[in-house]
Design a protein around this ligand. Structure first.
Ligand SMILES: [Zn+2]
Ligand SMILES: [Zn+2]
Length: 251
């Protein structure tokens, strides 16, 4: 039923070529790419507090680098987390349109939001290169492009940093959707390999993905990069799933 999600995107582009890239409303100024309402909604989405270690939403600013009560006991392979917002509302709608609706042109506005979010992190200035989370050829075929790679390119352009596809996905794995946290960890374990000629030793990287649910994929990418000698690895995603909300939706 993926074509169904593509129809509104195509219609919006066809009927309203200069419209808001989120809702398709006609833009009265050339500033774009958002109408005022969507810009405000995205602004609100990006203002939630979150844990700088695991990315989960918190009630107050969680300044401590050692994390929130939900992650303090867990080992995390990456050194810091950055997100635009929670996987909900308009942000979720846009990500679905970007990925499943194959609206690749959303890479620029979404990439800009990601760049602003990364710019607020204390570690942003030490990142030397952007690394997209690898995607299997099956997923690339389904989306017709690689959403993490498209976002990484935009982030690299905004931050004036090189984009290095240091890893690729080797071997089969199931889709992560519908798996428990343990199953997700097992599912991604060992599936990423260093690309030919990749030399991450001594480097400081920022991995990019569109959505993080349990963080299993990011953990695995960071683990492989660190095993290959990377000094520090940070994670940047558009959205982080709220496990409580995901539970409520499933219930
Ligand atoms: Zn709009
Ligand atoms: Zn945390």
């Amino acid at each position: 039923m993926r074509w169904l999600t593509r129809v509104p995107c195509l219609l919006a582009d066809l009927v309203l070529p200069g419209g808001c890239c989120a809702c398709g409303a006609w833009l009265t100024t050339a500033e774009g790419p958002w109408c005022t309402e969507c810009a405000l909604a995205m602004g609100r989405a990006s203002q939630q507090f979150y844990c700088p270690r695991c990315g989960l939403t918190t009630d107050e600013p969680a300044g401590a680098a050692d994390g929130c009560p939900r992650c303090v006991e867990h080992r995390i392979a990456f050194d810091g987390f950055c997100r635009v917002g929670e996987y909900d509302g308009l942000l979720r709608q846009l990500i679905c349109k970007f990925k499943f609706g194959r609206c690749q042109q959303l890479d620029r506005p979404l990439g800009r939001f990601l760049a602003v979010a990364v710019g607020t992190r204390s570690w942003a200035c030490e990142v030397e290169a952007i690394v997209p989370v690898p995607l299997s050829w099956r997923s690339r075929l389904a989306y017709r492009f690689s959403p993490p790679r498209a976002l990484a390119q935009e982030l690299g352009r905004e931050l004036k940093l090189p984009v290095l596809p240091l890893l690729y996905e080797k071997g089969k794995r199931r889709r992560q959707v519908g798996l428990t946290a343990d199953e997700r960890r097992q599912n991604v374990h060992g599936v990423f390999r260093l690309a030919r000629g990749a030399r991450p030793a001594g480097g400081i990287f920022c991995m990019v993905d569109d959505v993080s649910t349990t963080g299993a994929t990011l953990q695995e990418v960071a683990r492989v990069l660190k095993q290959a000698g990377a000094t520090r690895v940070y994670a940047a995603v558009l959205a982080k799933t709220n496990p409580e909300r995901a539970h409520a939706l499933q219930a």
